[in-house]
Design a binder for this molecule. Sequence first.
Ligand code: HEC
Length: 185
Amino acid sequence: VIQSVVKFLKEKHFEKYPKVKQLVEDALDQYGKIPEVKAKADEAYKKGDVNGAILWEYQVWQYMVKTADVGLRAKNNLTKALATPMTAVQARGEEAYLKGGCNGCHVIGQVSSGPDLTGVLLRHENAEKWVFDFIKDPASKYEEDYVKAMINYFNLRMPNQNMTDQEIKDIIEYLKWIDENAGLY
Ligand code: HEC
């Protein structure tokens, strides 16, 4: 299962899809733990500690199941993403997003040093304008209750990334693509 999933993900350039990329990294993380545990199983077996060996083998099996599970989720996600390909503008938005270093604090599908931006366009009144203004000049909204609460939670004020108006517009289109793939609309 793992081999066929890996083949599919590579062929379809999973690294272009932030959410899928995150899942693949999680899967690889699980997979990377296997050799060490496997070595412990072999060692126990050599020492004649059959019970110990069985326990370590069980751990190996658990990591394999987890890897396969996350891998399959990545595959399903990618299949969905391929069903809604990015428009040229959205792809430009993704570039601006990476160039602006947004991914340093925002991980799609996960809360990290900043909030998950999935669904951000559904979280605000007149959201496109709000998000535009916030990216343009975060400090202008530091005093809004909602932003204050986030600043408290993350213990961080989002810095101005000096994006141009065009870049911000493109990023908003990219955020729409993320929401489409998350099945939000
Ligand atoms: C240094 C970390 C950091 C960087 C870089 C960063 N952000 Fe943020 N962002 C945050 C934090 C933290 C918040 C929560 C508000 C606050 O604390 O200022 C936030 C909030 C947001 C929000 C509002 C989220 C919501 O739920 O309403 C949007 C939209 C956003 N960021 C977009 C971007 C974009 C686009 C970029 C790149 C141009 C970017 N951010 C770069 C840390 C960052």
